[in-house]
Design a protein around this ligand. Structure first.
Ligand code: ATP
Ligand code: MG
Length: 178
């Protein structure tokens, strides 16, 4: 299907800071038009508190944020089977949400990393994206977006690190990193 109204597949990848926050910016834009947004965070646990989640709970009833991972960091070179299972469940959740047509935007935050380290396969993600209905746009974020996903996406932006304050030893800060 290639009509003007079909759902778009958009990707924010690259090694610089701003991918997840770009997706949140789009979420805000959608909400302004009264659309519901589902923001699924792969590889992140419930216990991690992010400003966006607090904002959603307090002020943004149209924004639903769900963490699909666990607290422990995923070992990217040798992921635990539990991480694989959680990511697979996350993909099922995404499929069901996209099919429901209830959301103007579904964000799969960090799904590119989950794909790159083998928690889900690029084929699975592409199959999911092939079934995006009219009225639902989808955003994927994360470093190392596989070429096959880049090929089928409608929009891809690469955020490239020019500088990051982390390199000066400035640690993660409330309202900036989380
Ligand atoms: P943000 O959530 O701030 O938009 P991001 O989604 O682009 O960042 P990720 O790759 O998801 O970045 O990394 C998440 C965390 O790593 C963020 O806290 C971010 O500040 C930090 N980070 C991102 N890019 C870099 C970098 N080039 N060097 C060091 N830390 C980084
Ligand atoms: Mg991110």
């Amino acid at each position: 299907m290639d009509s003007a109204n079909r759902g778009l597949v958009m990707v924010y990848t690259g090694n610089g800071k701003g991918k997840t926050t770009a997706a949140l910016g789009l979420a805000l834009r959608q909400i302004g038009w009264g659309r519901r947004v589902l923001f699924l965070q792969f590889m992140k646990g419930e216990g991690n508190v992010y400003g966006e989640r607090i904002a959603a709970q307090k002020y943004l009833p149209l924004l639903e944020i769900e963490q699909l991972g666990r607290e422990e960091f995923v070992n990217l070179s040798d992921p635990d089977p539990i991480d694989r299972k959680l990511a697979q469940q996350g993909l099922e959740r995404a499929k069901e949400a996209i099919k429901s047509k209830q959301y103007g935007l579904v964000v799969l935050d960090e799904v590119c990393v989950a794909t790159a380290c083998g928690l889900v396969s690029a084929e699975q993600v592409i199959e999911l994206l092939g079934a995006v209905p009219e009225g639902t746009d989808v955003v994927l974020t994360g470093r190392y977006c596989p070429e096959a996903i880049i090929d089928m996406a409608d929009m891809v932006s690469e955020v490239r690190e020019v500088k990051h304050h982390y390199k000066k030893g400035i640690p993660a800060r409330e309202g900036i990193e989380f």
